[in-house]
Design a protein around this ligand. Structure first.
Ligand code: FAD
Length: 382
């Protein structure tokens, strides 16, 4: 019997690919190896589960056993892959060596918090999977004051969720406004005002340098010399694609695992998608690019090489205090922001000299315009 098509990872990338592959290859042997428990969940729910009082178990939409049965998988959970032996076409796992015919890396990304000193720096929590969410809920039990590092998409969502659950939240970010990489200043200031009105305390233009204390009493020192106190410290600073396995196996890596438009790495039998992959120079850590990648990679693995296409994919920011949808202009785009705002809505359009729309940010009631504006945006990868 030939070696199975093997996937590493049971996040949205791994499981959605398995589902599409099963449709195209009903009888093929499919193996998935994952370091986690293998329950199927939607990661975006992690940053709005608290106000809805959802436990980790409630966020798991299907157990690993159910996935195994439904997709007829050989599914190895709690199994870490430590190396790829490309010569023998085997992966080295905590359960031994396993052969593959084609290998797909759906490894996700690691949260990182750069340069934190202090005796309690290792107690700073990140919430990047179901187990991380379970720890977050457990450590939050009976706590009221949270210090949150990072005012990007994930930080703002957690901040909104925490205040909606009745907690006090202090958010620290080096930038001057929230979602600074996605929103123009005026839109960012609107988001800041609305989140502040909901109870979020922002500290912009500073970074956290050290965390001291422990056992529910932490002191976070900031770069301006001030100190914030909290019972829990959560980091939502950033994510780094997991490239270590690929790099150690000699595959081309840059910011992510480098793949071409058919999502093939520098080894023709190894593919990558999701948060770990860099497609034509782009690392897009969102759900919609994963769904586009799945649509291309499933037929490719089934024998019909299919290039991935990325249309414009606006991102919905789950901050009920200020509904926001953003599709930032591509890096290097030349244009200007035109911003109209009222009490209920803010509409920021980034347009080129010829009037073509290159990006947008829609806040409040303006989010209703997403469907009409999105088709006017250029594709990210045509
Ligand atoms: P992951 O879900 O991280 O899966 C990686 C898998 O690889 C895991 O199963 C892991 O166990 C396995 N693995 C890794 N290394 C190994 C190894 N060595 N051996 C075995 N297994 C291994 N995107 C949006 O579009 N909209 C949103 O609203 C949104 N909200 C978000 C909120 C939060 C809190 C977070 C953290 C992200 C959010 N995102 C959102 C981003 C989106 O959720 C991710 O882009 C997506 O879930 C990534 O899926 P993935 O399968 O690539 O990675």
């Amino acid at each position: 019997m030939s070696a199975p098509i093997t996937l590493i990872g049971t996040g949205l990338a791994g499981y959605n690919l398995a589902r599409e592959l099963r449709k195209l290859l009903p009888d093929a042997a499919l193996r998935i190896v994952t370091a986690d428990a293998g329950d199927f969940y939607s990661k975006p729910m992690l940053s709005n589960g608290l106000a809805g009082n959802k436990t980790a178990a409630q966020l798991a939409m299907k157990t690993a056993d159910k996935m195994r049965e439904e997709l007829r998988l050989e599914l190895l959970t709690d199994t870490e892959v430590s190396a790829i032996d490309r010569e023998r076409r085997e992966i080295v796992t905590s359960q031994g060596r396993l052969p593959y015919s084609k290998l797909v890396l759906a490894l996700g990304a690691d949260p990182f918090t750069p340069g934190l000193a202090g005796s309690a720096a290792d107690q700073v929590l990140s919430v990047n999977d179901l187990a991380g969410y379970a720890r977050f809920r457990e450590r939050l039990e009976g706590k009221q004051r949270v210090v949150l590092l990072g005012a990007g998409l994930i930080g703002c969502e957690f901040a909104n969720d925490l205040v909606a659950s009745g907690r006090q939240v202090s958010v620290v970010d080096l930038a001057a406004w929230p979602l600074s990489r996605l929103l123009p200043e005026q839109a960012g200031q609107r988001l800041r005002e609305r989140l502040a009105a909901a109870g979020v305390q922002f500290h912009f233009g500073v970074s956290a340098v050290a965390v001291e204390g422990g056992e529910g009493e932490y002191r976070v020192s900031l770069s301006d010399g001030s100190v914030l106190e909290g019972e829990l410290v959560v980091s939502a600073i950033g994510l780094r694609p997991r490239i270590r396995l690929a790099q150690a196996a000699g595959l081309a890596v840059s910011r992510g695992i480098v793949v071409d438009r058919v999502l093939r790495s520098s080894d023709p039998d190894i593919y990558a998608l999701g948060d770990c992959a860099e497609v034509s120079g782009q690392v897009l850590s969102y759900v919609l690019p994963i769904m586009q990648a799945v649509r291309a990679l499933a037929p490719t693995l089934a024998g019909t090489p299919t290039a991935v296409a990325y249309p414009a994919m606006p991102v919905v920011v789950k901050t009920p205090a200020c509904p926001t949808v953003v599709s930032p202009p591509a890096a290097g785009s030349i244009g200007e922001w035109q911003i109209e705002s009222s009490e209920a809505a803010l509409r920021a359009l980034y347009t080129a000299a010829d009037g073509s729309l290159l990006g947008f940010a829609l806040l409040g009631a303006a989010t209703a315009e997403r469907q009409t504006l999105a088709p006017r945006l250029p594709a990210i990868l045509a």
